[in-house]
Ligand binder design. Structure first.
Ligand code: GAR
Length: 210
C-alpha cells in the first residue's frame, strides 16, 4: 500500500473521505500522516482521533516560503511519504517543492477545470450561469489549480442554488471522486506525462469518469 500524506488547511472533509476509504485493507493506499499549515484546522482533530499522526507547519514559524517547504519536506521524509494529497491546502507551494513531487502530488478543486480556478469557484459558476458544475482531481503543477486532470465528477446547477447549496452538492461528489482518483494513482493506473494524465488501460480510463 502506497504511503500517503494529506495536506490540509481547514475542515478536512476530503481528508476524512480519504482516511475512510483507506480503512479498507484492499484500498491501495494508506494515510500515514496529516500536515496542516494552520494550527486550528478542524481536520487535525479528526485525524488524531483516527490515530493518524499530525504536524502543524505554519507560515509564522518560518522566515519564508522556502524554509516552510523545507520543514514540510522533513516531515514528509519522517512519514516516509510516497504520495501527497492536497485537500483544501490553501497555500501555494514553492516551485522546487512542486517539481520534487511532480507526478506524485494531487489536488482536488471544486470546479470542472479549467473553469473557475482559485477562490469562490461555486460563486464563479453561478455568476457564469453554467448548468453543470463539479469537481476535478489533478496532478499539481506550479500554477494554482492547474495540471493534468485525472478525474472529474459533474453536478447539476439547480434553479435557486446559492453558493452554499451548490458547494454542498459539489462536496458530496468530491468525497466520492478523491478516493477514486487516489486509487488510480496508487495502483499505477494513471501517471503524469508532460501536460497530460496518461491511463494504463482503457478500463481505468472509464473509471476516471463518475
Ligand atoms: C474543498 O471543497 C476543496 O475542493 C477546496 O477546498 C475545500 C476544502 O474542504 N479546494 C480548493 O478550493 C483548492 N483550490 P475540506 O477541508 O472539507 O476538504
Amino acid at each position: 500500500r502506497k504511503r500517503v500524506v494529506v495536506l490540509i488547511s481547514g475542515r478536512g472533509s476530503n481528508m476524512k473521505a480519504l482516511i475512510e476509504a483507506a480503512r479498507n485493507p484492499a484500498y491501495p493506499a494508506q494515510i500515514v500522516g496529516v500536515i496542516s499549515n494552520r494550527s486550528n484546522a478542524a481536520g487535525l482533530d479528526f485525524a488524531a482521533r483516527a490515530g493518524i499522526p499530525t504536524r502543524v507547519i505554519t507560515k509564522s514559524d518560518h522566515p519564508d516560503s522556502a524554509s516552510q517547504d523545507a520543514a514540510l519536506e522533513r516531515a514528509l521524509t519522517e512519514f516516509g511519504a510516497e504520495l501527497i494529497c492536497l485537500a483544501g491546502y490553501m497555500r501555494l507551494l514553492t516551485q522546487s517543492f512542486v517539481s520534487h513531487w511532480s507526478g506524485r502530488m494531487i489536488n482536488i478543486h471544486p470546479s470542472l477545470l479549467p473553469l473557475f480556478k482559485g477562490l469562490h469557484p461555486h460563486q464563479q459558476a453561478l455568476d457564469a450561469g453554467v448548468r453543470l458544475h463539479g469537481c476535478s482531481v489533478h496532478f499539481v503543477t506550479f500554477e494554482m489549480d492547474s495540471g493534468p486532470i485525472i478525474a472529474q465528477a459533474a453536478v447539476p446547477v439547480l434553479s435557486g442554488d446559492t453558493e452554499d447549496s451548490l458547494s454542498a452538492r459539489t462536496l458530496a461528489a468530491e468525497h466520492k471522486l478523491y478516493p477514486l482518483a487516489l486509487q488510480l494513482l496508487a495502483e499505477g493506473k494513471v501517471r503524469m506525462d508532460g501536460d497530460k494524465a496518461v491511463f494504463r488501460t482503457a478500463e481505468s480510463n472509464t473509471a476516471a469518469m463518475l
